[in-house]
Design a protein around this ligand. Sequence first.
Ligand SMILES: NC(=O)c1ccc[n+]([C@@H]2O[C@H](COP(=O)([O-])OP(=O)(O)OC[C@H]3O[C@@H](n4cnc5c(N)ncnc54)[C@H](OP(=O)(O)O)[C@@H]3O)[C@@H](O)[C@H]2O)c1
Length: 274
Amino acid sequence: MTSPILVIGATGKVGSRIVSRLEALGQPVRGASRKSSPSFDWEDQSTWAATLAGAETAFVAFVPDLAAKGAPEAIRKFTEIAKETGLKRLVLLSGRGEHNAQASEAIVQASGLDYTIVRASWFNQNFSEGVLLGSLLEGYVALPAHDRKEPFIDVDDIADVATAALIDERHNGQLYEVTGPRLLSFADAVAEINAASGLSAQYSHISLEEFHAALLPEVGAPTADFLHDLCAEVFDGRNESIGNGVQRALGREQRDFGDFVKRIAATGVWSAQA
Ligand SMILES: NC(=O)c1ccc[n+]([C@@H]2O[C@H](COP(=O)([O-])OP(=O)(O)OC[C@H]3O[C@@H](n4cnc5c(N)ncnc54)[C@H](OP(=O)(O)O)[C@@H]3O)[C@@H](O)[C@H]2O)c1
């Protein structure tokens, strides 16, 4: 019997795509989140061993974010419990230029588990499924990002790389920095979305203080504080470069933001309030 591949964050943007790919390949897969049975909750360590039991390979998307305070400690504890329950191999989704994410990667790299790190830039799908969709539909994207450029990546590329890493041991020990093929400012990204969808959203730079104040009533202090600190950290130009992780892992070019925009515009996600 082949043990199932465990996907933690299985209902999320990346995890759901990995589950679909593994199922299409006929791989046994077990998805985990707070809604799975058994339930897995990053905030309750007592749920971790039951979810890990019987799994030799796992994909991990840490929530709220690998850049968050406390992430390295959680990942350290998780790797300890995972080794006790018999996990052999871990594919970790990480973020670029983030102190706590890189500390978490180092913990996985030193854990004694086989590993692959998939270190991703900002997701295209933040505009279509994630945190930026609501305001985009209301006509604005406001971030403390100045005119910094980001090589937005398609989550389908991340899922392709992670799936390859889960099923092929040749990816052991690799750190794949996965990004899209073009550097775009948030204003550029919004302009491309507008052109394809008929929206007329505007990007505006706001200060970190304005950003935090706008978030506070929506998401509460811990998340507002975390997002403030994340934006203060990453929007200093450090991520204005293109990675080659997709090419190294898959031997092909990345999906372009323009193709993502055309695909999503055709679904009507952006036309509801256009
Ligand atoms: N967005 C970006 O641009 C970006 C860039 C680089 C890296 N990342 C990384 O991507 C990861 C997030 O992946 P994603 O965007 O695919 O996730 P997502 O779409 O935000 O979905 C979150 C997933 O985690 C589960 N979840 C939520 N709270 C949980 C908890 N307390 N315990 C256990 N599971 C929980 C959710 O399911 P339930 O609600 O059923 O629990 C869902 O499956 C983060 O680690 C972040 O660092 C994001």
